[in-house]
Design a protein around this ligand. Structure first.
Ligand code: ZN
Length: 1010
């Protein structure tokens, strides 16, 4: 009907019928009903009505019928559809429609409520036009609307007219988009009135439509203010080469905060979907085609020969005894058999005896990686199913069970050390120099020594003394002198996995209303700065009752803490060094807490518009007392967790003169496990550079040198003066006979990198799993070593990790956007990582697979990003014909394999599109310039898994470090199966793998099918 001109015909009929001397309502009323229906479907209806002069006649009819409710109602229905176009709405406003409507909308009554509702809805539609809103402000409609709403709210106790109240609030919401509208709202005490209006009806489901809009108005009208920071630039700065000197950090003033008008909807109803941006897809076939070529003079590649000593080493120390069984020497070395096993107690905290003893020659079947693949879901234990136990303090709600239950476990302290003798101040944040410096510190050193001897349970691949030695050599911008206890002492994964947090309905609005209450009832607001990197010490008043904070240690990030109420703190995190942005990562120490008290924390300067904290993710906590009681464990913690836009605005250089950038609040409540404890809170399980260096040294010592070729060297120095390690892992040649050396040198390369983004500590845990698996005595690892040479750069951005950055290098730039033309001086780690890959290419040894490990903050599970020309063009609906484009689809094989093997992995989140904005990432550059078709980014969620075997409960499972480490091991198994499926796989490998896989039952044959 619309396409055949029906709207126009109806509108003309209306105009004709209305213009007669005495309009015939027998015709007009059905006509209005029809118009209202058709108008809903016709996007141009308002415009058509305007052109055909139907607006005027309808307005005139409405005026004539002010006392005739049935006729008036019909006119209003028509006006409502006319007003759906903003131009038409503006025209109606000019013609006096709003005054007319205000006459109809009366205070509470039980008469003609349908008319009143329709009038309020038309008014709300009209106010979508800014000119109408302006007119409404000028004519003082704001206080009138507030009063009307309040009147209806207080009288409509049965909630019979919720929709009238909703429409009135919508009017206010549209007006509040204007600055003058918000001012009028504040002047009319709108905040107070609306706040108390909804305060007492929050639990009423039937008022949902009213509450959510009221809340939006309160958020919109809350006066915008600058962040309580002297400058948005990072508190740390570092003189780096070639930096385009940023403007001297300017002090922020009130005028900087022109606001932006548009506000988001209430987050409670947001869906989690991440928007795909199709116009970012690369459609230039030239840029999509592989262009192998060097970005530097070929002579420069010679330097990387020294990093590939495996290709020239003659292994003269090896005797040439073909056929000799190397296994016979196994007991001589630390034959650790640590297979990262998620949530399985067996594989986790092996004690030192078992590591170094090496009594067991073969990996027991139940511990091998292949058996893990088979076991799948059966091995997962959930916290919630374990009842009160060692980890029961987690997620404890103030009134829930569990408080004090940790006291039951005191019996397992195997020490004469009494808890009251613990000097928590000394223990909790040891001096890096403690063990070797002057006499004042010697006592501390001895104390720590004693503590380690009495309390430390041996942990696999960790050693506090070695950690301290490594930390001493680590160079930080702020010259950290202290270590965070968890990094120093070590972390053991919890015995059970933790389910995702189920958010209680309405939590977010309660938190937002608490924020609004600061404005309305300022009496209990303390607003005291208790910690700050920018202001002189000592700010912390240890005598007072407030919490104490500290963050000056490796990977630490907290810039400022402000006590807001007795048990509530606003926290601000630091921008990346030499930057004004990327606030997301946090890691800090907190002490001086009371037990069984829920503390509310608000990180108020987060940057990303949404977060997995809204979808079941918790932050992580490490309690020093728990560690001393024998449970040195990072656990997921916090409840009432929400992430939403707040009223603070941050002006940045990037935004120029435009409005200030929005800030987001991450709010969470924590009930600490012990009183007077020292706890550490972090965005995700921390993994420092010193931890990596410790780990690599211990790994190197642990390997059986007759079997495992493990070389650790320095790829380059970073801007901050730290060494970026490069690790080579393969199997030793069987002997130094020509044949064996030839086999050794011909092994294909696999290149894996990680942690280019410092805030993505999950990537380091995955890498930890990869490294430990590759050097282990697992039969799969052995096969992998015998068939490949692994080149691993486990931390591409050490400086960022050390200094608590979230995204960048010390130059304040994202290193994963520098792969196109890195500079040796400005982005040394990228320059040399790329150089090494170029070198391998130049000698015809480009890697089979290149993979860069990352963390993902918006999605769940683990998945790969790869590169496909065909899929990109197809997705972009590019005009370039793709039908005759030939593309090897082997890039899909590895993710498909991982989808079947690794419980955390899902093919469904993988993407193989090449985006323009990713043109300078490792994945795209290695694919395009080095012709590596299997070039990937592996993304692991900060949150967890909601599919596959780990979906053991409705909500899914949050990742612990074991799940991440397991993923690292599974990735390696994936590489083996990828090779078995490839045409080039040697007969020998196939036979050996078949024997291995058959021994694990035919269920695994499946993976071998080519
Ligand atoms: Zn990343």
């Amino acid at each position: 009907m619309i396409s055949k001109g029906g709207s126009e015909a109806l509108l003309r009929t209306l105009v004709d019928a209305a213009r007669t001397a005495s309009p015939d309502y027998v015709i007009l009323l059905p006509l209005f009903r029809l118009l209202a229906k058709v108008g809903l479907r016709d996007k141009k209806f308002g415009q058509k009505a305007l052109e055909l002069e139907a607006l005027d006649v309808t307005l005139i009819l409405a005026r004539k019928n002010l006392c005739h409710s049935q006729n008036l109602l019909h006119c209003l229905w028509a006006l409502r559809v006319f007003a759906s176009s903003v131009t038409t709405a503006a025209m109606l406003g000019i013609n006096g429609a709003m005054e007319l409507l205000l006459k109809v909308i009366t205070p509470y009554t039980q008469k003609h409520t349908r008319v009143i509702r329709a009038a309020a809805e038309v008014l709300a539609a009209l106010l979508k036009s800014k000119s109408n809103s302006r007119r409404a402000v000028n004519r003082s409609y704001v206080p009138i609307l507030i009063r009307l709403n309040q009147d209806w709210h207080s009288h409509d106790t049965a909630n019979s007219f919720v929709l009238i109240r909703r429409a009135l609030l919508l009017c206010l919401k549209h007006i509040a988009k204007l600055r003058s509208g918000r001012e009028a709202f504040l002047a009319a005490q709108g905040m107070k009135i609306l706040y108390s209006t909804i305060q007492n009806c929050l639990d009423d489901q039937s008022l949902e439509p009213v509450i959510s809009i009221a809340l939006q108005i309160l958020r919109q009208c809350y006066p915008k203010s600058p962040l309580p920071l002297v400058t948005t630039s990072s508190a740390y700065s570092f003189p780096v080469p070639g930096i385009v000197t940023s403007e001297t950090p300017r002090v922020l003033t009130e005028e900087d905060y022109e606001d932006d008008g548009e506000e988001e909807e209430d987050k409670d109803s947001d869906s989690e979907d991440v928007k795909e941006e199709d116009d970012d897809l690369e459609t230039d076939v030239n840029k999509l085609s592989s262009k192998p070529g060097l970005d530097r003079p070929e002579e420069e590649l010679v330097q990387y020969k020294a990093m590939c000593l495996e290709l020239s080493c003659s292994f003269e120390e090896l005797e040439s005894k073909p056929g000799d069984d190397l296994n016979s020497d196994e007991t001589e070395y630390a034959n650790h058999r640590h297979i990262p096993t998620a949530a399985s107690p067996k594989g986790l905290c092996l004690n030192k005896d078992r590591i170094s003893g090496g009594q067991e020659k073969e990996v027991p079947v139940q511990n091998s990686l292949l058996s893990r693949v088979k076991m799948g879901r059966s091995s997962i234990h959930l916290t919630s199913k374990r009842g009160p136990g060692m980890n029961s303090y987690r997620n404890v709600h103030p009134n829930g069970p569990g408080i004090g239950s940790s006291g039951n476990d005191v019996s397992d302290i195997q020490t004469s050390f009494r808890e009251d003798a613990w000097d928590m101040d000394v223990i909790s944040c040891p001096r890096i120099s403690a063990s070797f410096s002057n006499s004042t510190n010697r006592e501390t050193a001895e104390f720590i020594d004693r503590l380690l001897q009495t309390h430390l349970k041996p942990m696999v691949f960790h050693d506090p003394y070695l950690y301290m030695a490594k930390a001493r050599r680590t160079r930080s911008v702020a010259d950290f002198t202290r270590m965070a206890f968890p990094d120093f002492w070590g972390h053991c994964p919890p015995l059970s996995a933790q389910p995702m947090l189920q958010r209680k309905c309405g939590v977010q609005r309660i938190k937002i209303l608490e924020d609004v209450r600061r404005l309305i009832q300022p009496n209990d607001i303390i607003n005291k700065v208790v910690f700050s990197l920018d202001e002189p010490w000592p700010l912390q008043d240890t005598a007072s009752d407030c919490l104490q904070f500290f963050s000056a240690f490796e990977s630490g990030n907290l810039r400022k803490a402000i006590q807001v109420r007795e048990f509530e703190y606003d926290l601000l995190v630091n921008a990346d060094v030499n930057s004004t942005q990327h606030q997301q990562w946090f890691y800090f120490k907190v002490s001086g807490m009371k037990a069984a008290v829920p503390y509310r924390f608000n990180i108020i300067n987060c940057e990303k518009p949404n977060s997995q904290f809204n979808y079941g993710m918790q932050l992580t906590l490490y309690s020093v007392k728990e560690a001393l009681l024998g449970r040195p464990t990072w656990v997921r913690t916090g409840y009432d967790i929400c992430y939403y836009k707040n009223h603070y605005r941050q002006r940045t250089a990037v935004m120029g003169a435009a409005s200030g950038k929005c800030c987001y609040t991450l709010t969470f409540a924590v009930t600490f496990p012990h009183a007077k404890d020292v706890c550490y809170l972090a965005y995700h399980y921390p993994y420092t550079y010193s931890a990596l260096m410790t780990h690599l040294d211990i790994l190197e010592k642990s390997v059986n040198r007759k079997q495992v070729y493990f070389r650790q060297e320095v790829l380059c120095q970073t801007l901050g003066g730290n060494s970026c390690p490069l690790v080579t892992v393969t199997a030793m040649p069987e002997s130094n006979s020509a044949d064996h050396l030839e086999q050794f040198r011909q092994r294909p390369y696999q290149v894996i990198t990680a942690r280019v983004h410092p805030g993505e500590s999950n990537a380091s845990w995955v890498m930890k799993g990869t490294l430990e698996f590759l050097v282990s005595s697992d039969p799969v690892a052995r096969l992998l070593r015998e068939n490949f040479i692994f080149k691993i750069i486990p931390m591409l951005n050490p400086d960022g990790v050390i200094n608590g950055n979230h995204r960048c290098s010390l130059r304040g730039e994202d290193l994963n956007r520098q792969w196109l033309s890195p500079s040796a001086h400005l982005q040394p780690t990228i320059y040399h990582a790329k150089g090494l890959l170029h070198y391998l290419g130049s000698i015809g040894r480009s890697p089979m697979v290149f993979c860069d490990f990352h963390g993902h903050s918006q999605k769940k599970n683990v998945f790969l990003y790869g590169c496909s020309v065909k899929e990109t063009l197809w997705q972009a609906e590019a005009t370039v014909g793709t039908s005759n484009l030939l593309e090897d689809v082997s890039y899909r094989t590895l993710p498909k394999i991982l989808d079947k093997l690794a419980p955390a992995f899902t093919m469904s989140s993988c993407s193989f599109l090449v985006e323009k904005s990713r043109a300078s990432t490792a994945r795209v550059v290695v694919w395009r310039e080095m012709g590596v078709s299997r070039s990937y980014t592996m993304e692991s969620s900060y949150c967890g898994c909601n599919q596959g075997p780990y979906q053991v409960c409705e909500a899914g499972l949050q990742f612990g470090t074991s799940e991440l480490e397991e993923m690292g091991a599974m990735f390696c198994l994936g590489l083996l199966i990828l090779e078995l499926k490839s045409g080039s796989c040697s007969h020998q490998l196939l036979t050996r793998a078949a024997a291995l896989l058959n021994a694990e039952e035919e269920s695994l044959d499946f993976y071998l099918q080519r």
